[in-house]
Write a protein that binds this ligand. Structure first.
Ligand code: PLP
Length: 295
């Protein structure tokens, strides 16, 4: 079993931060996906034969589940909407790796997608595990609880009274269980998918949203996984400062956090949520849009 991930100081734009390096845990099973899949990583291989899931074809969760299934010799069936022709011809990024790890992709037409997902859920029988999109499932609670324990021990050792723990949200599963398990810290997050109201509705599927969870919003609306010059800029600056984050969630979280930083009084610990392999695909999109000129 892995030792606690490191916590490192990180000086950025004149502000002191600490970063919990969950990105260094494993290249494929990294960041919050490692935490969310933690209990499955520690499940005996013979317990399941196959795992079913669904979602986007460049999803970080998809890649991490593919790595998990590869380790366990579980079949991995993944349902998605139709894959664009260029990607199908020449898969890149997370999709390429997941296919190489043995993932079996099942494309379903847009109109039939919701019905296909309902069927998937009802199919999960003995020896077959169903994991919802992005790993948004109570199965994530144990691993994120472990993350919270590591943070609390560190907080006590360093006698930190006012602690803010920052991490970006997709489904909100990570931020939700983190806030639930941290008794003496505030969790700050931002919705990368949809707005605050949407994130709240996603979190409500897991339970009542803990009071120590706060959602920060960027002054400008950012659509999920689209290229924006300001996100590329901060991503590059973070990288030049010494830590690579992911271009979708991480760049948006830092961009948003910096807008609110003057109102945050206390120690700020950023939990790196991983997802670096997806950067190749995003950088390609930035290049395609002409936003990257030097390469
Ligand atoms: C999946 C992911 C998230 C979102 O996690 P949720 O638990 O779904 O909110 C954030 N950052 C990265 C890099 C991710 O891959």
């Amino acid at each position: 079993m892995l030792a606690d991930s490191a916590i490192e100081p990180f000086l950025f734009r004149g502000h002191r931060f600490l970063v919990k390096r969950d990105d260094l845990i494993d290249p494929l099973l990294s960041g919050n996906k490692y935490r969310k899949l933690y209990s499955l990583i520690h499940t005996p291989a013979q317990q399941y034969k196959q795992l079913l899931s669904y979602g986007g074809t460049q999803s970080n969760a998809m890649l991490s589940i593919a790595a998990l299934c590869h380790q366990k010799s579980w079949q991995f069936h993944y349902t998605s909407k139709p894959v664009p022709a260029h990607l199908k011809q020449e898969p890149t990024g997370n999709l390429k790796l997941a296919l190489e790890l043995g993932m079996q992709l099942h494309e379903v037409a847009h109109d039939d997608y919701d019905a296909a997902i309902s069927v998937l859920k009802s199919q999960a029988e003995d020896g077959c595990l169903f994991v919802p999109q992005g790993g948004a499932d109570p199965i994530a609670r144990a691993g994120i609880g472990q993350l919270a324990t590591e943070i609390t021990q560190w907080q006590q050792e360093h006698e930190i009274e006012s602690l803010y723990v920052v991490t970006p949200s997709g489904t909100g599963t990570t931020a939700f269980y983190l806030a639930e398990a941290l008794n003496n810290a505030t969790v700050l997050t931002t919705p990368a998918v949809g707005d605050k109201a949407y994130l709240l509705s996603q979190m409500n599927l897991l339970g009542a949203v803990p009071e120590n969870l706060r959602m920060l919003e960027s002054d400008k609306k950012h659509h999920f996984a689209r290229p924006y010059p300001e996100l590329l800029k901060i991503w590059q600056e973070l990288k030049d400062t010494g830590i690579a984050f992911d271009l979708i969630y991480g760049a948006l979280m830092w961009h948003t956090l910096l807008q609110h930083i003057d109102s945050i009084k206390g120690t700020v610990l950023y939990v790196h949520s991983g997802g670096l392999i997806g950067n190749a695909t995003m950088l390609e999109r930035y290049r395609h849009k002409g936003m990257i000129l030097n390469g």
